[in-house]
Design a protein around this ligand. Structure first.
Ligand code: NAP
Length: 260
């Protein structure tokens, strides 16, 4: 059996009671990683953590918090102690027209999708360097590569994070600390359900019709599943992935049309 070489290590997986964060948590726990999971809602978070404990035998702590707040970040770091793996994630900003966005809207998006990740990276990076092992995965968006204009807040904040870690990842590669981005296309999660509902209303289609249109637009003729996303995360975090850094890996069923 393939050994990922990270059993017994500790990961913080942010925003992980459902969706892509949960997919990453499940994949890491399945290869023996102990977890700190967080989300604002405690009930689902605790239920999913228990499901993963039962399934994998990994040690899993939960912290019900807003990861974009300083208190939330401190509580998660405190629960983890030594952090070997950090998966950054948070809810995405709302869609809209940039003419309607105030400075506060921008600050909120930048806080959630750029500065929270940078602050957690700052807290864990030097100890990772000292121990000569660290894996950092930032869940961003396919929109970093191929912008979606209605998601301007997301495009802007996530591009900022991507640009920042592009430099930092090269500074720390020599210490076996990697930093990579995972860029989801369209995955079957609650967030995408909301987007399908909004698009269906705008285009006067039923939700099923809209979902079908979106699926058919994709070369894979379907949405992605969180288990597929989690698998990519576990691969990036494997001991053997120390030579993969500074990359932004699109997982979108082939939707982004390019040769390279
Ligand atoms: P989701 O299914 O709605 O799950 C979001 C998860 O994050 C939940 O566990 C939620 O729990 C938690 N969360 C949200 N805000 C949080 C906060 N401030 N502090 C702590 N936990 C928080 O969303 P998803 O589809 O997995 O999306 C995850 C990220 O990927 C988002 O940034 C999204 O924009 C991005 N993305 C998703 C897709 C896609 O196809 N799904 C595509 C591109 C980009 P609580 O609500 O209880 O806090």
């Amino acid at each position: 059996m393939l050994d990922y070489g990270i059993a017994g290590k500790t990961a913080i997986v942010c925003a992980s009671s459902k969706g892509l964060g949960l997919g990453c948590a499940e994949a890491l726990a399945s290869v023996g990683v102990n977890l700190v999971m967080c989300a604002r809602g405690a009930e689902l978070l605790d239920a999913e953590a228990q499901r993963l404990r039962d399934k994998t035998g990994s040690t899993i702590k939960t912290v019900a918090c807003d990861i974009t707040s300083e208190d939330g970040q401190a509580a998660v770091l405190d629960a983890a102690g030594q952090v070997d793996i950090l998966v950054n994630n948070a809810g995405g900003p709302p869609p809209g027209d940039f003419r309607d966005w105030s400075r506060d809207d921008w600050i909120k998006a930048i806080d959630a999708n750029m500065l929270t990740a940078i602050s957690l990276i700052k807290a864990v990076l030097d100890p990772m360097i000292e121990r000569r092992f660290g894996r950092i995965v930032n869940i961003t968006s396919g929109a970093v590569k191929s912008p979606i204009s209605a998601l301007g807040l997301s495009n802007g904040a996530r591009a900022g994070l991507t640009g920042f870690v592009a430099g930092l990842s090269r500074d720390v590669a020599q210490h076996n600390v990697t930093i990579n981005g995972l860029l989801p296309g369209q995955f079957n999660t609650d967030r995408i359900e909301t987007m399908i509902e909004n698009s269906a209303k705008a285009q006067n289609l039923s939700i099923q019709e809209m979902r079908h249109v979106i699926e058919q637009r994709n070369p894979s003729k379907r949405l992605g599943e969180i288990e597929e996303f989690g698998f990519a995360c576990a691969w990036l975090c494997a001991a053997q992935s120390g030579y993969v850094t500074g990359q932004n890996i699109l997982i979108d069923g082939g939707n982004f049309n390019s040769t390279l």
